[in-house]
Write a protein that binds this ligand. Structure first.
Ligand code: C5P
Length: 233
């Protein structure tokens, strides 16, 4: 079955500073969000895409991203929420309303701020979702990670077990809906979607991605993203 993609891009970009929403910054001649959408627009296993932006950006996004770059697979632009999890929830509700709610349909959730995902990995991700229900891409951490409280280290987890979670993260429709319903009922909020499925007790596979798939978050990320995109074009 073909996949549906949700692109949460409704963050405020607080850590970027400046007044322009980061996903509209142009890198290598194209806004970040347009780079991200191109990855999925061109993939044969993607049926449709939902883009989630702040409510006040919907008209801007339609005109300057979707219409300008002629993205045919964008089903709808949805208003985001306060937290990332609220934004994704709004996207899931839209999928349900539009009838793309077959139990096993792969739902892929990918940050709008990650324009450098290598789409060659998408087929493997979808296959893992079909087989096991839930899978995320990620990379082993390179640095030693510390737990810190009040500026003092309280723990040093074993690095050989630590991975950085990236997106896309993919889930069968019934599983991600159950995970969100449970999180809502419990008032649980997390910074990624896999966390919600993990707490159901359902295993989530880790598919090794690559270090280029950065999330453009702070100003120095722009320099890295320009270098990496430049190398690609
Ligand atoms: O805040 P964070 O860096 O985790 O954001 C990851 C992605 O989630 C970004 O693409 C951002 O635009 C999106 N987001 C959202 N709604 C929010 C906060 C973040 O769609 N309320």
């Amino acid at each position: 079955m073909k996949a549906t993609v949700l692109i949460p891009a409704a963050g405020t970009g607080r850590r970027m500073g400046g007044s322009v929403n980061k996903q509209y910054l142009e890198l290598a001649g194209k806004p970040i969000l347009a780079h991200t959408l191109t990855l999925f627009e061109n993939h044969p296993q993607v049926e449709n895409i939902y883009v989630i932006v702040p409510i006040d950006d919907i008209a801007y996004c339609q005109k300057n991203i979707i219409d300008r770059f002629k993205f045919n697979k964008v089903q709808r632009i949805i208003a985001g929420g306060v937290e990332r999890q609220d934004s994704v929830r709004n996207g899931l509700n839209a999928i349900t309303e539009d009838g793309f709610n077959q139990q096993c349909r792969p739902i892929l959730i990918h940050d709008g701020a990650r324009p450098l995902f290598d789409c060659k990995r998408l087929s493997a991700l979808i296959e893992a979702v079909e087989e096991s229900g839930a899978c995320t891409v990620g990379v082993p951490v390179k640095d030693t990670i510390k737990d810190v409280e009040n500026k003092t280290i309280t723990g040093s987890p074993d690095r050989s077990r630590l991975w950085q979670a990236q997106t896309p993260q993919g889930f069968q429709y019934h599983l991600i809906m159950e995970a969100f319903d449970r999180a809502d009922a419990d008032g649980f909020v997390a910074t990624d979607d896999a966390s919600l499925v993990e707490r159901l007790g359902h295993p989530v596979q880790m598919l090794e991605g690559d270090y280029r798939n950065i999330k453009v978050t702070t100003p120095e990320d722009i320099l890295v993203a320009v270098a990496l995109l430049g190398g690609r074009t």
